[in-house]
Design a protein. Structure first.
Ligand SMILES: *Cc1c(COP(=O)(O)O)cnc(C)c1O
Length: 372
């Protein structure tokens, strides 16, 4: 295996940042790898494969309908296209050929118009939609959402993510009430979320998940929802969806990953605390560093270690520590969202105890470095 790293001159990576696309997201378990392998080695009637895996997953999840797509971003683009095109066969193949005369505004809270690695608005545009922001950067009430809806609105979009502004923004249930009050569908992007049924139950018509994040499947995505809009998403396979095609291996791999995910006790936040506590205790013996347990800012049951660097004592800026650790070999990646506040987060879900030792060692080397 390490021959791949040497063949292409790649650095080995310790992923202490969580499910990050820039590092390859996750490493699926053996049952998923077997399902991918089986998919690669057989032929299927593809329409049947899409329909029947979708129906099977819908049954498991207690939703009306489901379809596997190539990734969550593709799910957003195809969901937007689905609610604009519906079953118009001419529009299906001419979505971008001329200015749209059918409703195509996609209303979302301004605080949800985020960049998750690519902008939400780019996916909306791929699907033929135009973003219309509701409310302000730091607030969106049901009334503010409703005020942004007009005759050209095709759907309401809600992004459930740690990337979004969390406070003073309406709930998924409230967004569903507003959308349905205007006879519009609600699309929820829950790409990295862990609960595969809750947003559907809260009233969403389409809910989108990333296959490789919480579910730990292959590169893929899942769209669940009401029967009709999911069928419209499937139709996009003959439109924009063709440019984001998912293969049989991705379909079978994700279907298996979802079934296993639902059947498995997931690592609890308390178990993560148990794993990181010795690591935190060791860090706290180093000068210039203090560490503690913190909980996921988006409310998921994920515990991480937060390291605070005293830049005065260490004589090095936190951002420089982050980049020094990335530049090393193996490259160590942390969550660096708060580096400008002297804080780094460590997500241990994909880190082995041996790798935690390497991390401690590398950090202690930094701490004993030259002082100004
Ligand atoms: C990761 C993510 C996406 C994109 O998921 P992909 O499967 O990588 O396309 C979309 N939205 C949010 C909020 C995300 O976190």
């Amino acid at each position: 295996m390490s021959s791949i790293y040497s063949k292409y001159q790649l650095k080995e990576v310790i992923n202490a940042s969580g499910r990050m696309t820039i590092l390859g997201v996750s490493t699926p378990r053996d049952d998923v790898v077997d399902a991918v392998n089986l998919g690669l080695n057989h032929y299927f009637e593809m329409k049947d494969l899409v329909d029947k895996t979708g129906a099977y997953l819908a049954g498991l999840l207690g939703v009306e309908n489901a379809v596997i797509v190539s990734c969550a971003s593709a799910g957003i683009a195809q969901s937007v296209a689905a609610v604009i095109v519906k079953d118009d066969l001419n529009l299906l193949v001419n979505l971008h050929a001329a200015p749209l005369t059918v409703p195509h505004d996609i209303v979302l809270p301004k605080g949800h118009n985020v960049n998750f690695g690519a902008p939400v608005g780019t996916m909306v545009a791929l699907g033929g939609g135009k973003v219309v922001e509701a409310g302000y950067a730091n607030e969106c009430s049901p009334e503010q959402l409703a005020a942004a809806i007009g005759p050209q609105t095709a759907a309401v979009l809600y992004i459930k993510s740690h990337h979004c502004v969390q406070k003073s923004i309406l709930s998924v249930e409230q967004a569903a009430t507003v959308a349905h009050g205007h006879h519009l569908p609600l699309i929820v992007d829950a790409a990295a979320e862990e609960d595969l049924a809750v947003y559907y139950r809260q009233g969403a018509d389409l809910v989108i998940y990333s296959g490789a994040k919480a579910i730990e499947g292959p590169t893929s995505g899942l769209v669940i929802g009401k029967t009709q809009p999911v069928e419209w998403v499937k139709r996009q396979g003959n439109g924009i969806g063709r440019a984001m095609k998912v293969g049989k291996e991705g379909i079978l791999g994700l279907a298996q990953a979802i079934e296993s995910y639902l059947g498995r006790e997931k690592e609890s936040g308390e178990e993560m605390v148990a794993k990181i506590t010795p690591f935190i205790d060791r860090l706290n013996t180093l000068s210039g560093i203090s560490a503690r347990v913190i909980w996921d800012s988006a409310g998921r049951d994920i515990a991480r270690a937060e390291m605070h660097f005293d830049e005065q004592v260490l004589g090095i800026a936190t951002a420089d520590i982050v980049s020094a650790l990335k530049m090393g070999d193996p490259a160590i990646y942390f969550r660096g969202y708060k580096a400008n506040a002297g804080i780094i987060e460590v997500d241990v879900r994909s880190v082995t105890p041996a790798q935690l030792d390497i991390i401690c060692l590398r950090i202690s080397e930094l701490g004993t470095g030259p002082r100004p």
